[in-house]
Design a binder for this molecule. Structure first.
Ligand code: X8Z
Ligand code: ZN
Length: 594
């Protein structure tokens, strides 16, 4: 039994013996699994929080612990034993079956027969992260941080200066191309040994559906949001041309015009009069940003974060003068599948990091909530991966709504704002993200892994997709010496999973709609979750079972409906009419559907 806890219920007497036997196996497996998982997490944590050029100490630890984890989880004996029990699954409890399936799923990524390939993959993965985050961005030869590039893209109106910053952000891709190909091949090889078609197919299978079904699902979401996206795209082309003083409005958005390195979030384009939270947040400290996010969760009835979180997390940027670098993309870690939870961020006081801090704490509170006696460590995951992403993004959305901001005294009580402008700003974040996540990113990774995209077509494929889905073009031709896709962290270190985020936004609006209408009895556009314990209970109920419950039924039980983009469409429907009026007489360039 893991940690002395009992994770199963005995059901029918005649099956008792088999269930006990299976449980003994699960207990032994879990004990070793948690031990090796923890060691490997520690090594990866060190490798992501302290990147020292020329020092291979971290790399060696990542390789050693990664291989130990792989050789245990992929061992023939574990796979065979799990299969032996699965062959008699009718006699086992549902929870036992789920854990045994998980054991097989993990094994498929680390088959013992491919020890050499796995070894190479672990090494290649770590090398890729070191290259991505050990890279020094430069503008005019001067080192700049990723945060500084982002600030230029958010605030600068001078196009040549924007172009320099955008190009600076893409330089890192060149050195990642070879590694990406190597990783693609190694990842495909590992999962093919246990019967998956390719690595994309493997990652999707965690949802219990084939890759084609996932592609159909996200295409549907894309198409449902397309009419709104078309309006936003047209609006942005004309408004940005005005802003930058460009007379001829381009048919496609030049990538360096947008306030984000990948054009995935354009919300910084708009600043809503009276609701300039960014300028208020800029007066705070980075510590305040994270504490304030914690305060929001606590107000709903979640506990204070464990002291270890504050001691061991890496929450703030390292100064440029420092002797080491760190991974500057935000993440949340469940180090030991128990109470050692940490976040890796580079928080600066602004609205983007405020949203990200809320997002990361969603992961952290998910970890803490499903760490309970009813959920065995192997089931300590989201209902599916998209749920894990949805929780914190939901809180991020709620933290930007006016009644909440007034309650927290971030904005004065007498603030009056323009609702359409507010909705526009939100759409430029949530709606604009869909063609990137459900289109460009997912389609690129499908081509990369499933269709074996040739290396000399990576950049062409990337920009073809950006044009088709997002209506974005590079500022000038981007040949195959660049690898612009690889500048996005997930392409390297969170592979074939980006549809998680698209789905998470759909789920987010379903949950928000339910919370606003059924729990708070407030307009979904103007809610205040703060201090409402019923909202907290609603979220905890979803989080508590982790992956031990089927994700479809979780949504159905909690909101009364299946996965649907309708609440998201309803939320933004008042905007569609307004945008159509603004865009009257303007040229539309995007296709109706894809
Ligand atoms: O990667 C993230 C999180 C990490 S858990 C910060 N997000 C996606 C991205 O930045 O591309 C959040 C939304 C989209
Ligand atoms: Zn996340």
């Amino acid at each position: 039994m893991y940690g002395g806890l009992i994770f199963f219920n005995l059901s029918c007497g005649s099956d008792k013996k088999l269930q006990q036997e299976a449980q003994t196996f699960l207990g032994q497996y879990t004990r070793e699994y948690v031990r090796l998982y923890t060691e490997s997490s520690e090594a990866q944590w060190a490798a992501n929080t302290k990147i020292v050029e020329g020092d291979s100490t971290n790399a060696r630890a990542v390789e050693r612990t990664g291989q130990a984890f792989a050789s245990f989880t992929g061992s023939d004996s574990n796979v065979e034993t799990a299969q032996k029990y699965l062959d008699q699954k009718d006699k086992l409890t549902e929870l036992q079956v789920k854990q045994l399936q998980k054991i097989k799923y993990i094994a498929a990524n680390n088959p013992a027969s491919l020890a050499d390939i796995i070894k190479k993959r672990i090494k290649a993965e770590n090398t890729q992260i070191e290259k991505l985050y050990g890279f020094t961005f430069r503008i005019d030869g001067k080192p700049v941080s990723a945060n500084q590039i982002d600030d230029v893209l958010k605030d600068q109106t001078n196009l040549p200066a924007r172009l320099k910053a955008w190009q600076a952000g893409k330089e890192v891709g060149k050195g990642l191309k070879k590694g990406l190909t190597e990783l693609r091949d190694l990842r495909n090889q590992t999962v093919q040994a246990l019967g998956y078609k390719d690595y994309f197919d493997y990652q999707v299978s965690d949802y219990g559906i084939p890759a084609d079904d996932m592609m159909r699902l996200i295409k549907k979401i894309n198409n449902e949001l397309r009419p709104l996206y078309k309006e936003l795209h047209t609006y942005a082309r004309y408004e940005l041309a005005k802003k930058y003083g460009v007379k001829e409005v381009p048919d496609y958005l030049p990538a360096h015009w947008l306030p984000n390195r990948w054009g995935q979030d354009w919300s910084a384009m708009v600043s809503v009069k009276g609701m300039n939270t960014d300028s208020v947040l800029k007066t705070k400290t980075p510590e305040w940003i994270v504490k304030d996010a914690e305060d929001f969760y606590r107000s709903l009835g979640f506990p204070a974060l464990p002291s270890g979180f504050w001691q061991k997390s890496s929450l703030y940027p390292v100064p440029p003068s420092s002797s080491y670098k760190k991974n500057n993309h935000a993440s949340a870690w469940h180090m030991d599948l128990q109470n050692d939870v940490r976040s890796l961020m580079s928080v600066e006081p602004n609205s983007e990091w405020y949203e990200t801090a809320n997002h990361e704490l969603g992961h952290i509170y998910y970890y803490l909530t499903y760490t309970n006696k009813d959920v065995p460590p192997l089931m300590r995951e989201g209902a599916n991966r998209a749920y894990h992403e949805a929780m914190g993004s939901l809180m991020g959305l709620a933290s930007q709504q006016l009644p909440y901001l007034k309650k927290k005294a971030i904005l004065p009580e007498n603030t009056r704002t323009d609702q359409v402008q507010t909705l526009l700003k939100e759409a430029l974040n949530y709606v604009v993200f869909i063609p990137f996540s459900a289109g460009t990113m997912t389609e690129f990774e499908k081509q990369l892994y499933a269709d074996k995209l040739p290396e000399n077509q990576y950049n062409k494929a990337w920009w073809d997709l950006a044009k088709k889905y997002q209506g974005i073009e590079p500022p000038s031709a981007r040949g195959e010496e660049f690898c612009d896709a690889a500048t996005k962290t997930h392409i390297n270190d969170d592979p074939a999973q980006y549809y998680d985020y698209a789905l998470s936004f759909v789920i987010l609006f379903q949950l928000h709609d339910h919370i606003a209408k059924k729990i708070l009895h407030q307009d979904p556009h103007a809610t205040n979750y703060y201090g409402n314990k019923k909202v907290g209970e609603f979220l905890k109920d979803i989080m508590r079972p982790g992956a031990s419950k089927d994700w479809n039924s979780v949504l159905k039980e909690k909101t009364g409906s299946d996965l649907s983009a309708k609440p998201m469409l309803d939320y933004f429907s008042p905007l569609l009419k307004w945008l159509k009026e603004q865009n009257k007489g303007r040229k539309y360039t995007l296709s109706e559907s894809i």
